[in-house]
Design a binder for this molecule. Sequence first.
Ligand SMILES: [Zn+2]
Length: 116
Amino acid sequence: MISRVGFCQDCFDRNRPQSASQYLVFGSTRQAFFFYKAKRKGLRGYTPHLYVYLGLTDSGFVRVKSTCSMCSCGVNVGKEKNGSTPFDIKNYDLGKMTVTNWNSLINYTHDKTFEI
Ligand SMILES: [Zn+2]
């Protein structure tokens, strides 16, 4: 699983991300989920997403599932208890992309355009 920016129609329709919006990130170094709060209003509709590699298709495409990881969009957040916060990833969209695009996503690190 990786966290990268992606386009979300629902967030676009609701003019998100706004500053102080909470979102979920999967940290690949620590292999754990973290909540963050947007420090600024981002580019409309471009939000943190979670991507999961599912394998290759027979025709050589990468099968992926992805979801917007803004809270109250792709992620439901429960009430904090004993220092931990329960959450639920609502549902993933299934899709496929070229290996080149997947590798670009993997190697993508930072772009100020999408900073929140
Ligand atoms: Zn969204």
